[in-house]
Design a protein around this ligand. Sequence first.
Ligand code: MG
Ligand code: ZN
Length: 218
Amino acid sequence: MHNITEIGMEYDVLRENVKIAHANHQLLTENNIRSVDIMGSIGSGKTSLIVRIAEKLTAKGIRVGAIAGDVTGDDDFKRMVSANISATNCNTGHECHLDANMVKRSLKKMDLRSIDVLLIENVGNLVCPADFPLGTDLRMVVISTTEGDDMVRKHPDIFLHSDIAVINKTDIAEYVDVDISVIKNDYSKLTGGALKMMECSVKKDKGVDEIISALKLW
Ligand code: MG
Ligand code: ZN
């Protein structure tokens, strides 16, 4: 339970975050960089999707940069570097989400003149990243069929804070006994019918082009 002092502190933290997020957005816009915050649970396929998107954009001459947000380690960062992405590793230490200040520090380490698109991989978590906008143009949440059919009902906030929602690993839905239409209906209901969840299988390269178009990255 929060007492009143803690709620006050939390409010200040969120307000400070929004201020820095605005500055990040201004910096990215000034450098003509289109940016996306990619959120989702551990194992939903965020890194694989980022790598696949980057391959497709690179093939069209679009220069991709990325920030790999993780509590610790550099596994995702290394995968990005192997895919020729100009990546920066951002370890949060104890935090289970990225915040605008961490992104600000990461941006300082990057050559912003050498990229057209910035993909930020948030820490694997469907709860608090929602509260911390980073200053990107768009926010996207990625879930996978392996997480079950109740993710939208369990974590409505992150879906409401995202511009685009993606269900990945559709190719194995039947093997994990998940009916994708249940998830899509929940999402449609949550967003008042205004938004449709996008389907993809990064592994089979299905639906990725549509995601890139929806994010207006090419
Ligand atoms: Mg990852
Ligand atoms: Zn957190």
